[in-house]
Design a binder for this molecule. Structure first.
Ligand code: ADP
Length: 275
């Protein structure tokens, strides 16, 4: 297997408080010595409660944030030693989608323009060829071409997230960091967006770093999982193994908090005779 992303022992602190002279007096240790890999065509989930350090890890994976120490290799290259220009070039191969698609799309641009923007930045496509590519991308995520001239406020949350995915796909990325990509959507819409991501993976062997607090989603969606707590890795491994046989009590507690998805199962449980 080929690793598209290798994260080795990354550490990140933020200044929490400064004194009157502006000197840092307190730090938040957001990420403490975290390592994992994302293999080509696979999904690794980073799961944990709010504040566990998940988003910071996602941002460091693409050098949107720089670790204090540690190494990040993207497609085999150490991105912390690269020039900013070269990192920017890599962003056509590795990109990110966020929780709130409304914030990730410019409200003043029609969505056709938003999807065209990465094509302008990272490809040679212009004019008619670029427009055709935008149309193809929108169709790929289940939108109509005639919706290209509409503004973000004219779409639902699920549609907006699909548009954000179209924009992310514009440059043919090999890795997408998905930061809580469905957390802001209705449960009924979540499955549509996740199915789309899964279809894209089946078609093009895209890899995902899937950041989520939702273990039920992670179980369905990810091949590998890294469980985080307060900046540290609790345990890490193939999803099936971690879910079937969690070795750490923290993971067990998280798993026991997953709501029962099938209401019939829940009533069956209630009907069990009490001993
Ligand atoms: P998660 O995604 O798991 O909710 P985050 O990575 O967002 O966690 O945050 C981890 C910790 O780092 C939190 O305590 C958060 O307040 C802190 N943090 C994150 N980004 C910054 C920042 N830019 N400045 C200061 N503190 C930050």
């Amino acid at each position: 297997m080929t690793a598209v992303l290798e994260v080795d022992n990354i550490v990140k602190s933020f200044v929490k408080k400064r004194n009157l002279l502006g000197i840092a007096t307190e730090h938040t240790h957001a990420v403490k010595d975290v390592s994992f890999t994302v293999q080509q065509g696979r999904t690794r989930a980073i799961v944990g409660e709010s504040g566990a350090g998940k988003s910071t890890i996602g941002r460091m994976a693409l050098r949107l944030e720089t670790p204090d120490t540690g190494a990040v290799r993207l497609f085999g290259e150490d991105i912390l030693k690269m020039s900013t220009k070269n990192v920017r070039r890599l962003r056509s191969r590795a990109t990110m989608i966020f929780q709130d698609p409304f914030n990730s799309l410019d409200p003043r641009m029609v969505i056709g323009q938003s999807v065209a923007e990465p094509l302008t930045l990272h490809t040679e496509l212009r004019g008619r060829a670029r427009e055709e590519k935008v149309a193809e991308l929108l169709q790929r995520v289940g939108l109509r071409v005639d919706q290209m001239e509409k503004y973000p406020h004219e779409f639902s949350g699920g549609q907006l997230q699909r548009i954000a995915i179209a924009r992310a796909l514009a440059t043919g990325p090999e890795l997408i960091v998905c930061d809580e990509p469905v957390a802001a959507l209705d449960v009924s819409i979540q499955a549509q967006v996740l199915n789309l991501l899964q279809d894209l993976q089946a078609e093009s062997a895209i890899s995902y770093l899937f950041i989520s607090h939702d273990l039920a989603l992670v179980k369905m969606f990810a091949h590998d999982v890294t469980v985080m707590r307060r900046g540290e890795v609790v345990e890490s491994g193939p999803t099936a193994q971690i879910f079937e046989d969690p070795t750490k009590s923290y993971t067990k507690d998280l798993l026991s908090a997953i709501p029962v998805m099938n209401p019939r199962k829940r009533s069956a449980r209630r009907e069990l005779p009490s001993k």
